[in-house]
Ligand binder design. Structure first.
Ligand SMILES: [Zn+2]
Length: 391
């Protein structure tokens, strides 16, 4: 099958089932069956788009307050491979990847640098896009910014409150986890584990410590928007519920991100979306593994943390992409100098081979003759000769 020959890069992303020998011509020309691992059901499932021939995919984007690290590169290369493969299979893909351009970290960094939140986030959005170009990640079909969707966020929070699943206190709005029995169905956590992954310190005004902010009242010196609950800004999670529904509808096919986003971010997203609109559904949740350094988790504090810029200053960007793609997307990648050297050598070998082939073919093109095709026997002899040479 032509698809199998032309799509080697997808091998770690998806498996294709063999067509039965009795398949009709129509079945044989249909896209091969794709199996994707769904983090919600914890198993591989046949991919069935909601609308035939079309795929809606949402991948959580970066918070642009600094240069992106190779953990970001991992996620966006993995979903770029999936995006390319779905397009290759003939699907029309609506791929949405957002920018979280309002956040505590952006505000803090902008204040430290004496610049506006907008100028800081715009600068690092541009830097991120340059990194994505270097890594040959195709641009998504849509790259919305949170600050362009405040009205949709306010509408969504209002709907959740009208459904009795959120409450306002002193200009803040919290999601009430006890009002949503499905809470923790994605991560499979128990309530007493909740605080481990939470970004916010314990707030005694909350009805349950696990309740999370949908809207935060404005503090002195912070950007704000007017809302029914007073001036403030969105909490972290609500943006993706609002933007995915806005661009892809309440039911869409694939929602992706790093596995660190399963809790709390995606758990909270799922709760918000379904609390507002009970028919909301993500057909397949997909999560990629981490990048570790010498078998330890990368951390700025341990000084074993690398930005994409750090790596591509030393290696060709394709070496980084190749290095990230050599490991199955759900497994952790272990970064080491040796692994990058090997990836770099392999990429050099691939490009050198392509260059050598092109050189040979160019001679024939100039002469206007076609390249003689060796027989199977000649190929075997040549292969044996190469094997002996390399031993
Ligand atoms: Zn998100």
């Amino acid at each position: 099958m032509a698809e199998e020959v032309q799509a080697p890069l997808s091998a770690t992303m998806a498996k294709e089932a063999q067509s039965p020998p009795s398949a009709t011509i129509a079945e044989a020309t249909a896209p091969p069956q794709l199996l994707l691992f769904n983090s919600f059901t914890k198993r591989e499932e046949p991919f069935q788009p909601r609308v035939e021939g079309k795929v809606g995919m949402y991948v959580c984007g970066v918070t642009p307050y600094d240069f992106s690290h190779i953990g970001h590169a991992r996620a966006y290369v993995a979903f770029d491979v999936l995006y390319r493969y779905l397009k290759f299979l003939g699907y029309e893909v609506e791929y949405v990847r957002n920018f979280t351009d309002i956040d505590d970290k952006i505000i803090k960094r902008a204040n430290e640098r004496g610049e506006t939140v907008t100028s800081l986030s715009s600068q690092f959005i541009n830097e991120f896009l340059l990194d994505m170009t270097e890594l040959q990640c195709l641009p998504p079909t849509c790259e919305p910014r949170v600050t362009e969707h405040i009205e949709h966020i306010i509408k969504l929070i209002t709907q959740i409150m009208e459904n009795g699943k959120a409450y306002a206190i002193e200009g803040d709005v919290y999601f009430s986890v006890e009002s949503f029995p499905e809470y923790l169905s994605l991560s499979g956590r128990k309530f007493d584990q909740n605080q481990a992954g939470a970004r916010v310190a314990f707030d005694t005004r909350k009805r349950n410590p696990a309740d999370f902010a949908l809207w935060k009242a404005a503090k002195e010196g912070e950007p704000f928007w007017d809302s029914p609950w007073g001036r403030g800004r969105p909490g972290w999670h609500i943006e993706c519920s609002a933007m995915s529904a806005h661009y892809l509808g309440h039911v869409f096919d694939i929602h992706g991100g790093g596995k660190d986003l399963i809790f709390p971010h995606h758990e909270n997203e799922l709760a918000q979306s379904r609390a507002a609109y009970p028919d909301s559904e993500v057909k397949c949740w997909m999560h990629n593994g981490f990048v570790n350094k010498d078998d330890k988790k990368m951390a700025k504090s341990d000084n074993n943390f690398f930005t994409i810029r750090d790596i591509i200053a030393l290696y060709h960007p394709m070496a980084l992409r190749f290095f990230l793609m050599r490991t199955h997307y759900r497994s952790d990648v272990n970064h080491s100098d040796q692994a990058l050297e090997i990836a770099s050598d392999r990429v050099y070998y691939i490009y050198q081979t392509l260059y050598d082939c092109e050189e040979v073919l160019a001679t024939y093109r100039e002469e206007g003759t076609s390249l003689p095709v060796p027989s199977e026997e000649q190929n075997l002899i040549a292969a044996e000769g190469h094997k002996q040479q390399s031993e």
